[in-house]
Ligand binder design. Structure first.
Ligand code: UDP
Length: 340
């Protein structure tokens, strides 16, 4: 029997890539999204890539009745929960909005999972939970630091919700994946990142500068205690990241979990500086990215990268794509959007 996976927030950047990989791995997938931060571009891209239209439910996970209905209408074996707000700066300005949205939507998923006889729940967490780490690379046992934004706090709190729910209700199993910096796009260039307004993240800013939508990339800080003075991050290819979800779902569904609640870092294990990333983008794509050094951005950590060995070993997953290929895919996607 084919297993059914519900992808909440499945029309967004990460959700759409995960949906494609799940379908290619043979799962039935139900996509649900309230479209609050995206349009149909990525869902339509998924339809083109897989050659058919998946069930799509436009709904808000804060609406408990709608969540209940969804779990009644489909026999859901696993849910991957992406539906959340994700802008760090906005979360500082609108904490109530962020707490209400990100926390209640996940509580609703857990409640429906429980009332429908149990479910496997995969939560999309973030390396942000590690804050400024004392030691790099970080392992899953590295301490979480107090969150510096309501957004980061919602990631920590949702991890705790899942941990506690799993402890109390044996019919729920949970995995939290802590993503490092997801970048790139599907090799088809039919799905990718679609930031609204001025991008906060580095790679969309790079691609928009290269194509002429932005005048100049500000590199935030070149006086950090790193080899070239710019921050170090672990940039993980979006398709590699998506495949980690397939491995995690299979582990849950096949009963291979060692604990009922597990956490995995999803990264490459390779630190790359902002400047190195910009240079690699220019080189692999043969385009210039106008840039200048600007003051540090408040809240940025100096250096963080993953020790992904637990995921490598336990999930049988490994980041495979080179940063060059990933940056080429990001550029192809930007050109696709520009109709070039
Ligand atoms: N960054 C930058 N200019 C930008 C956006 C980001 O120099 O316009 C830097 C940022 O300071 C950080 C890195 O790029 O060192 C990655 O930032 P991003 O916002 O993509 O992810 P974060 O690691 O903050 O989650």
């Amino acid at each position: 029997m084919k297993k059914t996976v519900l992808v909440s927030g499945g029309a967004g950047f990460i959700g759409s890539h995960v949906t494609v990989e799940l379908v290619e791995a043979g799962y039935d997938v139900v996509v649900a999204d309230n479209m609050s931060n995206c349009d149909m571009t990525c869902f339509d891209g998924v339809t083109k890539i897989i050659g058919r239209r998946l069930p799509f439910i436009r709904m808000d996970f804060c609406d408990m009745e709608a969540v209940e209905r969804l779990f009644s209408d489909y026999q859901i074996d696993a849910v991957i929960h992406f539906a959340a707000f994700k802008a760090v700066g906005e979360s500082v300005a609108e904490p109530i909005l962020y707490y209400r949205n990100n926390l209640s939507s996940f509580l609703n998923v857990l409640e429906a999972a429980r009332s429908h006889g149990g479910c496997n729940v995969l939560f999309s967490s973030s390396a942000t939970v590690y804050g400024e780490p004392d030691e790099t690379p970080v392992t899953e046992r590295s301490p979480r630091q107090p969150a510096t934004s309501p957004y980061g706090n919602t990631k920590q709190m949702c991890e705790d919700f899942l941990r506690d729910a799993v402890k109390a209700y044996p019919e729920i199993k949970g995995i939290a994946l802590r993503y490092f910096n997801p970048i790139g796009a599907h090799p088809s260039a039919l799905i990718g990142e679609l930031p609204r307004g001025v991008p906060n993240n580095l790679v969309p800013f790079i691609t928009q500068t290269a194509i002429g939508k932005r005048e100049c990339l500000n590199i935030f800080g070149n006086d950090y205690p790193t080899p070239d003075g710019t921050c170090l991050r672990d940039y993980i290819d979006i398709v590699d990241l998506a495949k980690a979800h397939v491995c995690a779902v299979a582990r849950m569904l096949d009963g291979r979990m060692k604990e009922p609640y597990e956490i995995f870092n999803i990264g490459t294990g390779r630190p790359v500086s902002v400047l190195e990333l910009v240079n690699a983008f220019e080189k692999v794509n043969g385009v210039k990215v106008n840039h200048r050094f600007a003051p540090r951005r408040a809240g940025d950590v100096t250096a963080i990268w993953a020790d992904p060995s637990l995921a490598n070993r336990e999930l049988g997953w490994k980041a495979e794509r080179s940063v060059e290929d990933t940056l080429a895919a990001a550029w192809a996607w930007e050109k696709h959007l520009a109709g070039k």
